[in-house]
Design a protein around this ligand. Structure first.
Ligand SMILES: [Zn+2]
Length: 309
């Protein structure tokens, strides 16, 4: 099985759909870290969601989903670009014990201080252009519900998501009502009815069924009564775009004083990429060069600005 994302459209209703199955990429993510079961499930669901949303990006760039948790899970990050290249990582609080069936609020929003940020990051930014960040309220029991609410609020798009993950595979389905300009009252009513009907068909899928069923079978099983237009399949893959230059920029953001004092303690700074495990080392000479280069080009690194909407 190759990792696959399949888009489709309903002929009889202004609704688009997507099914995704991510196996090899998901294994690559898990090969680099060991996570408790509930964290693994959540990360897998986020991977499916990121792929499903990225497939509809209208720009060349990436979607970054970040949850800063206030409970046993401190951080979850999933990135997926327009080419469906994915990377993901999670950080669990040291010593935390996490039940296999821990819920989303228990994992990341135990004290109502959890933050979920979705960033749309175009690849070829204009000078000074910031990535677009949306704060997503963690107002649901599942990541699917949270993202559905976000899509409604930010894009005014009726969206339904089904997400599931186990050790072997992360799968998901998206249904989305296409926005339509104009139309008379009765046409809108028909559209709403057709949307509700398709969502009802989609809602018959059980979590274990979603996990165990390939895309073609699933599409047929759920929507055999409907006429569906199927697009060319696409293939998500694992890719980490970390680089020595990016790690250097991160050190520059820490500031010279901080870096110098760490160098005094450690001699050499060793940094492992959280996403792919790539090892980077910066010794004293490397660090001096970093800051010399910085003053020479007068480069400034600014943290991204939050935009609430
Ligand atoms: Zn990396």
């Amino acid at each position: 099985m190759t990792d696959t994302l399949q888009k489709f459209m309903f002929e009889s209703a202004p609704v688009r759909g997507e099914l995704v199955e991510i196996s090899d990429t998901w294994r690559e993510v898990q090969a680099r870290n060991t996570y408790p079961k509930a964290v693994k499930t959540l990360l897998g669901e986020m991977i499916s969601a990121a792929a499903l949303l990225s497939a509809n990006l209208k720009f060349n760039g990436a979607i970054v989903m970040q949850i800063h948790g206030d409970g046993p899970v401190r951080l979850l990050v999933v990135e997926c670009d327009s080419a469906l290249q994915l990377r993901a990582t999670a950080k669990v609080a040291p010593g935390a014990t996490i039940a296999d069936d821990a819920t989303l609020p228990e994992l990341v929003n135990a004290n109502h201080q959890g933050r979920f940020v979705i960033t749309l990051d175009p690849k070829d930014k204009l000078p000074g252009q910031q990535p677009y960040q949306g704060i997503v309220p963690l107002d649901g029991d599942s990541i699917a519900t949270v993202i559905e609410n976000y899509m409604m609020r930010s894009e005014q798009l009726d969206t339904k998501l089904w997400l599931a993950a186990n050790d072997d595979v992360a799968r998901g389905m998206l249904l989305q009502k296409l926005p339509k300009d104009g139309g008379t009252g009765s046409a809108m009513e028909n559209d709403a009815e057709a949307w509700n009907h398709i969502v009802m068909l989609g809602s018959t899928v059980r979590n274990d069924e979603l996990l165990a069923t390939d895309i073609q079978t699933m599409m047929h099983r759920l929507f055999w009564e409907e006429t569906i237009r199927v697009f060319d399949a696409r293939h998500p893959s694992f890719h980490c775009n970390c680089s020595r230059e990016k790690v250097g920029n991160m050190l520059k953001m820490l500031g010279r004083e901080e870096v110098d004092s760490a160098l005094d303690d450690l001699g050499t700074l060793a940094i492992n990429c959280d996403f792919c495990g790539q090892h980077y080392e910066f010794d004293k000479v490397d660090c001096v060069q970093l800051f010399v280069a910085d003053t020479a080009t007068d480069a400034t690194v600014q943290p991204p600005r939050d935009t609430r909407h």
